[in-house]
Design a protein around this ligand. Structure first.
Ligand SMILES: O=c1ccn([C@@H]2O[C@H](COP(=O)(O)O)[C@@H](O)[C@H]2O)c(=O)[nH]1
Length: 231
């Protein structure tokens, strides 16, 4: 596994464009994330191609279904050779435990993490789906549930990292989208933080998409982010 802290979110509708970028990268600079858009367009073969190129791949399909279906989907993801896979914590403890138990039987299981509260959601968005707690309170609750269900960590925003780190040691992965270098567009992300602040807050990995992929010079954007978090 590489030491890279940045996971580049490959959100493209054009495989050639994505692979052009990937061809300029190496595994020491970043890991890669494939989400719903590219997986739906280009399927498992695209994921296998990135694994073949020796990248650590996070398959971000956020499984959320009945326990049996989610466990089997996680096994299918593991078959692709990915480094990390995820489920929605709001699927509940039984769903998470079943997925974690299924993967634990493998020789080299991928990391299994749970999405807590999407980084595009703020207090108003949470209220609109009937949740009256703050994003931080709800993230904490779901993260505890994920850990008790045997998961390796959670997807949360870097804003929750300091309080999560009081309860979970550094082995518990905090994977944080909603990362915005100074001067980049916020877009639809609500709970954001800059890369250096996120590292100081105790995150394990930062998921970064548009600030890199939509930059005039994506390689320079990635290099600047890596420089900004170098010890
Ligand atoms: O809570 C979440 C969970 C997943 N994501 C994904 O991360 C990237 C972020 O991309 P940006 O372009 O840097 O906003 C994207 O693939 C999301 O699907 C998230 O943003 N928040």
């Amino acid at each position: 596994m590489s030491d890279a802290k940045v996971i580049v979110a490959l959100d493209f509708d054009d495989k050639r464009q994505a692979l052009d970028l990937v061809s300029q990268l190496d595994r020491s600079q970043c890991k890669l994330k494939v989400g719903k858009e590219m997986f739906t367009y280009f399927g498992p073969d695209f994921v296998k191609e990135l694994v073949r190129r020796d990248f650590d791949v996070f398959l971000d399909l956020k499984f959320h279904d009945i326990p049996n279906t989610v466990a089997k989907a996680c096994l299918a993801a593991a078959d692709l050779g990915v480094w990390m896979v995820n489920v929605h914590a709001s699927g509940g403890p039984e769903m998470m435990e079943k997925a974690s138990t299924a993967l634990a039987r493998l020789k080299q299981p991928p990391k299994l993490i749970a999405v807590t509260v999407l980084t595009s959601m703020d207090q108003a968005q949470l209220s609109s789906i009937g949740i009256s707690s703050t994003p931080e309170q709800h993230v904490l609750k779901l993260a505890n549930m994920a850990q008790q269900s045997g998961l390796d960590g959670v997807v949360c925003s870097a804003q929750e990292a300091p309080v999560l780190r009081k309860q979970h040691n550094s082995e518990f992965l905090l994977v944080t989208p909603g990362i915005r270098p100074v001067g980049s567009q916020q877009g639809d992300q609500k709970r954001i933080m800059t890369p250096p602040d996120a590292i100081l807050a105790g995150v394990s990995y930062m998921v970064i998409g548009r600030p890199i992929t939509q930059a005039n010079n994506p390689m320079q954007a990635l290099q600047e982010i890596n420089d900004s978090i170098a010890l």
